[in-house]
Design a protein around this ligand. Structure first.
Ligand code: NAD
Length: 397
């Protein structure tokens, strides 16, 4: 099969197995080059929930290739058929497992709905059987919907402001037209549903299930990820439904610290291009301007750079960078006031005509395509490649 990108709006409906494998290899090389060292220990047995793309994949790679950890990954991805490619996360995970096998690193994966009881139970069985216990649990799920395992009700999250409608500058990444977007405020039900999906309830269910099954090591750590952002992203993130869900995540961390013997910490990461962030209005234009500035000053980072720093400068550091709400921070380069001020200065000036001069939209677009294994100079996209890949995933999907 010849595989070229099929982009529809803010999603790409196919993926290139060869490109995805190269992306994984590149992240492995990066982590190895960093010679990471934990001042207060190192992860040995790690569970990553949401391990196939974005920040979760980078977490898994950092644990395995930065610290030699055994990893169990959980994700929800579509397998390929002879006629259709699988999702990028499927290919990333197959490539990661194949590489880990070559390198004698334990790596198993469950492809299933992490929100379900069955998935949690299967993970617990595997931990018991192969690892005994886990000392780090990374919770990196991003999903538009969640079926509550108790009620069977499926909740759908929304990306809407709270209180008032907002009108903001927005880039249509398909047409490359800079226009405006108006989003009406969320009602109470939409806020509650977003908290159900993206808040901390499922993180807590995972941690309680692991604790009750006796598969958490003594002094086990757990992290879940959040974004805070500044003025430009406030109407779509901080002061919006997703921000409210993330407040619930903060409350959950506190509850987990109080009720279970675990070090639960929300970690604040920078804005990057992932399948989830590209769906948030305003984000693609914000990221395009941000990238231009951060690349110019040499501080640009993607998922793997962020995760390598999160592990070495926060999770396993003697003096972690922590804020007054007990959150680890590795977003400090993005949040610098002078940098944000430069992005805010450019923001009102950007138009369709000057988009490429004032922002790094080309860089944004290349990173977006790369998520799916495309836009790599070392892959021949005119060559035939089989969509099917070997894998040993435990299939609960
Ligand atoms: P992503 O879309 O790249 O990854 C989501 C992961 O969740 C994938 O592995 C996917 O398979 C898995 N998943 C989704 N639904 C699932 C289900 N039902 N069962 C099992 N697995 C499922 O997302 P991301 O951007 O890496 O986000 C991960 C976390 O990081 C989120 O909490 C997000 O809010 C946070 N974060 C993201 C950014 C950003 O800019 N992207 C910034 C800061 C924090």
């Amino acid at each position: 099969m010849i595989i070229k990108p099929k982009v529809r709006g803010f999603i790409c409906t196919n993926a290139h197995p060869g490109g995805c494998a190269k992306n994984v290899a590149e992240q492995i090389d990066y982590v190895r080059s960093q010679n990471l060292d934990g001042e207060t220990g190192a992860p040995k047995n790690v569970l990553v929930v949401g391990s196939s793309t974005g920040y979760g994949l980078a977490s898994r790679i950092t644990a395995a290739y930065g610290f030699n950890a055994n990893t169990l990954g959980v994700f929800f991805e579509k397998p390929p058929t002879e006629k259709r490619t699988g999702t990028a996360g499927f290919y990333n995970s197959a490539a990661f497992e194949a590489r880990a096998r070559e390198d004698d690193l334990y790596a198993k994966s469950i492809n299933g709905d992490a929100f379900s009881h069955a998935c949690k139970q299967r993970a617990i069985e595997l931990i018991k059987q192969d690892m005994g216990s886990v000392d780090l649990v990374v919770y990196s799920l991003a999903s538009p919907r969640r079926t509550d395992p108790e009620t069977g009700i499926t909740h759908v999250s929304t990306l809407k402001p709270i209180g008032e409608a907002y009108t903001a500058k927005n880039l249509n990444t398909d047409t490359q037209i800079v226009g405006e977007i108006t989003v009406e405020p969320a009602n109470e039900e939409e806020i509650a549903n977003t908290i159900k999906v993206m808040g901390g309830e499922d993180w807590a269910l995972w941690m309680k299930a692991l604790s009750e099954a006796g598969v958490l090591s003594e002094g086990a750590k757990t992290v879940a990820y959040t974004y805070i952002g500044d003025q430009l992203t406030k109407p779509v993130y901080g002061h919006a439904t997703i921000g409210r869900a993330k407040e619930h995540l903060d409350e959950t961390a506190q509850m987990l610290r109080d009720s279970l013997a675990v070090e639960a910490t929300v970690s604040v990461l920078k804005a990057v291009v992932t399948q989830s962030s590209s769906a948030i209005p305003v984000m693609p234009l914000y990221l395009s301007i941000l990238f231009k500035h951060m690349k110019e000053e040499g501080t640009h980072e993607g998922c793997i750079e962020q995760l390598a720093r999160l592990f070495s400068e926060c999770i396993y550091a003697q003096q972690p960078r922590i804020d007054d709400e007990n959150r680890f921070r590795v977003d400090e380069l993005e949040m610098r006031r002078d940098l944000q001020a430069s992005v805010e200065e450019v923001w009102p000036q950007v138009t369709t005509e000057n988009l490429h001069a004032l922002s790094d939209f080309a860089g944004y677009q290349a990173e977006f395509l790369k998520l799916f294994g495309f836009a790599r100079s070392d892959v021949d996209y005119d060559a035939e490649i089989a969509p099917m890949v070997d894998n040993a995933f435990i299939d609960l999907a």
